[in-house]
Design a protein around this ligand. Sequence first.
Ligand code: ARG
Length: 587
Amino acid sequence: MLGYRSMFIEFDPSVSIDRILREITLENDAFGASFEPQVRPADERFGDFQANGILPFAKKAGLNPRDLAQKLIGLLPHSDFWETSIAGPGFINFKLSPLFFKKWIEKFKNAESFRNAAEVKKPQKIVVDFSSPNTAKQMHVGHIRSTIIGESLARLFSFIGHEVIRDNHLGDWGTQFGILLFAIKKENISLEDLGTDPITKLENLYRMGNGWVKDDENKLVQAREELVKLQNGNPENLALWQKIKDISMDSFLGIYKMLGVQFDYSLGESFYKNKVEPVYEKLLHHQICVENAGALVVFHPEHKRFSKQPFIIRKSDGASNYASTDLATVEYRRKEWQSEQIIYVTDGRQRDHFEQLFMTVQKWFSKEKNICPILKHVWFGTILGEDNKAIKTRDGEPIKLIDLLNESIERAKALVVEKNPDLENSEVSRRAKIIGLGAIRYADLSQDRTLDYVFSWEKLLAMQGNTGPYLQYAVARIHSIFRKVGLKPNEIRISDYPPTSDSEKKLARKLLFFSGAIKQTIKELKPHFLGTYLYELTTEFSSFYSQNKVVVEENEIKFLRLILCARTLCVLEIGLDILGIETLQEM
Ligand code: ARG
């Protein structure tokens, strides 16, 4: 009758339980097609998964939920893979058997099989718009979150089979250029020889220029004139602007290379400067925007705040702005790339901008009967210093991102040398880079992105606790186990035994929840769900390892424990790679 046995071993066990429950209820008079099993992870004390669907279903049908739960359990054929029980008013608990764990471990044996299992049925074309610094300035600590979170989401989308386009929406057409061009000309600076750190020079020039225009109306007018000249395509200003952009890009690329981030496009705001006119026309035509004291603005009458707070899409002097380019950008990404989803990763202060942008785009696309991509704003909080204020240098300046990354590598070097005093210099540097950058990344990705977090060197580089080095160390430790037995992790055969001892079962159980962690991360676009899962897996592994000798006399026990090590390693390596964190075989 039911083909349930062969299909039961799924990457996500809750999917199989759901399917079986649907199968047996579909043709049963008491249930039928409208019954939703609602299978969720269960509290460990009661089981591994629970079906919560009985309660709402019974309520609707006016039936006693416990009786109904009893009936459903009666319908389930005997299985070697689980035990069931009823809890509370009508929840059904499923406790998976050691045999199930054994089969699951057998089936999901390497990165390839995990990847295949995690693949979505309908892959989408997803644009991830992230990092997106402004040119003429260097990247500061504030830019790290967008870069790290965006890259991790991009990796996760590809892992589950989506087609990802990484687009760096550079702020390369802003008002900063008026002041900068003015300063360059006034100081008679040649952009060809700015020395070894050209981006810092530019930034200092900008700061100087900013000081001048603040105190001097005349200079402010001159700076504005430079901007207008640039916007009108004056060749001299355009050439300078291009050079500034190249210098900025060079400095960004150094950081991206360190972080293993590669963009498919870096179109930036300037790319859209000639694409905004038609957008104004269309939005005017559809009566989505109105003229207001020379500016073009959008109100959303159905929205509490945005019925009064305008979304300015063209400034009163006729110039385009951040909003105009973002409107043109959505249109371009849909038309040229057929993107089905666009994810924007920026700090939380831009929430209004994106909410207004999305509402405007939805109205516009619906008027034209175009399919609107799914638009999501993935926003994050601020990195705080130990004084609980936005992190700064001692002189109150923003911290340069490159300095922060280098400091982390330097500090990691001390850790590596302490552990291996005789290691060759080049190997010390290689390991320090992986540990230092991993620590910074993990410190960010292990926090709920919507919260501010306090940056602390001691915490993020600690070898114990929820840190990058702790996870990397677990990976290295598992590798060392395999070095000792002289086998490769993927050479370990399946043992005759299923996981039996408490800590073996606990570790196996944790492995099964990998897919759940991925699912939740995708659902909320919050990488810390994956980070937390990896941390919990690591602690589960640590207790397994301290309670069980792996290399024992009895071969079947040895292979059971080795296979648990191998699968833990596999999940840790996949998970950390999704977070963008490199691992080491020795630490
Ligand atoms: N350049 C902007 C900033 O530094 C971020 C751009 C985000 N992307 C977008 N399409 N608006 O805040």
